[in-house]
Design a protein around this ligand. Structure first.
Ligand SMILES: Cc1ncc(COP(=O)(O)O)c(C=O)c1O
Length: 390
């Protein structure tokens, strides 16, 4: 079993499982083949260039949150000259960063009519073929896991209102952008697609491209891919232009691990194990969403059960009281030095980690299909000190 090779690696380490990501890409391939849509990788959710070759075979490009991600996408995933698209959407641009972004991005999306009107002429002048997009807020709350991630939440700062899409505004754009989901299943993808088809019918004949955002959780075991395909096909009957989806998380769902080591076990009535991986610094979504990640060979239980046999509260090696990953029941007592493998640790993990407390950043590694583990990057003191200006 290839996972056995993870037991020997230096920890902490994020390990991308190439076979699992390739399996996700097969689903992406099917959606593309049956609908003719384009699929991008949102690099905010996952950006490990060592894995890009596997994704590049299927995906059409990347979508960035700003200059650095645009540059990373163009440089490591593929630029327009290499046949890949690089889209960038930021809530706001400055004159200077937009100029730089235009070196890398084939598509620029604005968040307000004000920024569109201010910058669109400069975009057209600097990059003749650039596709100009405008984000619209569909006001259709569908996100269930957390209001933090719902673009349709009250007072959301994302996207213009439908009423702002006047003929004058539509004449300045090529693309409408509607990012509105987060870990949603096909039923909600369908609701969003149908909403756009009906509510924005007035705008569709006036644009060439439509980007229906990320959050379509198409690799989830309960995601009904044929339902997504049917909804997209229906939309295509009304809209002849390019249709794009830009998930991040779904492309790497269950696509890798965070491997940690038990550093100490504190035998309180409710037993505590301290790990070299931390919720606060290495798995920020555990605290932010919040959720409890799975561990191979362990069962998630309520905290009160930490007094039961083989059951432990797992926490990180930081000063933060709340740096608690969860409570888990194992098959046997934990031992100091034992490795634990957290699953589904590719999305929004290493792209968001920190060196708070001087905690070392986990290595980045690949688990190849033949079971070989390749360390892509080891982080050391210089990475910590450099960020602090040393
Ligand atoms: C504009 C935009 N596009 C795409 C995504 C990717 O979403 P997900 O990783 O949930 O698929 C996000 C996530 O926040 C986003 O803000």
């Amino acid at each position: 079993m290839p996972l056995a090779s993870l037991k020997n690696i230096q920890t902490p380490a994020y390990v991308a499982d190439i076979a699992a990501i390739r399996a996700n890409m097969e689903k992406a391939k099917r959606i593309k083949k049956e609908t003719g849509i384009k699929l991008l990788l949102a690099t905010k959710g996952f950006a490990m260039p060592a894995v890009f070759p596997v994704m590049r075979e299927i995906l059409d490009g990347t979508t960035a949150s700003g200059l650095y991600e645009a540059r990373l996408g163009a440089t490591h995933f593929g630029s327009e000259e290499q046949g890949k698209e690089v889209h960038t959407y930021s809530p706001a641009y400055t004159e200077e960063n937009l100029k730089e972004i235009l070196k890398y991005s084939s598509h620029i999306y604005f968040n307000s009519v004000h920024q569109l009107q201010k910058f669109a002429p400069r975009v057209r002048a600097a990059r003749k073929n650039a596709v100009i997009g405008l984000r619209v807020n569909p006001r259709l709350p569908l996100v269930k896991n957390s209001a933090l991630y719902d673009p349709s939440a009250p007072c959301s700062r994302f996207g213009v209102q439908k009423e702002e899409l006047t003929d004058e505004v539509l004449a300045q754009i090529d693309l409408l952008h509607v990012h509105n989901l987060c870990e949603n299943l096909a039923e909600d993808s369908e609701k969003l697609i149908e909403h756009v088809r009906v509510q924005f019918a007035f705008a569709l004949p006036k644009i060439k491209h439509l980007n229906l955002g990320g959050g379509h959780f198409y690799t989830h075991k309960d995601y009904d891919i044929p339902r997504l395909i049917a909804a997209l096909k229906k939309l295509k009957q009304d809209f002849a232009g390019t249709i794009t989806l830009e998930p991040g998380a779904a492309h790497v769902l269950n696509g890798g691990y965070l491997v940690a080591t038990v550093l100490d076990i504190i035998p309180h009535a409710q037993k505590i194990a301290i790990l070299d991986a931390s919720a606060s610094t290495h798995m920020p979504d555990v605290l932010e969403v919040p959720y409890t990640p799975e561990i191979i060979g362990a069962q998630i239980v309520e905290q009160e059960k930490a007094s039961e046999p083989n059951t432990y509260i797992l926490g990180g090696n930081t000063c933060m009281t709340g740096d608690v990953i969860g409570t888990y029941k194992f098959e046997k007592p934990l031992e100091v030095g034992q490795k634990l493998i957290f699953t589904d640790m590719m999305q929004y993990s290493f792209v968001k980690n920190t060196t708070f407390n001087g905690i070392p950043l986990p290595d980045l590694a690949l688990l190849h299909e033949d079971g070989r583990v390749e360390i892509v990057k080891h982080f050391g003191y210089e990475d910590f000190a450099g960020r602090l200006g040393a």
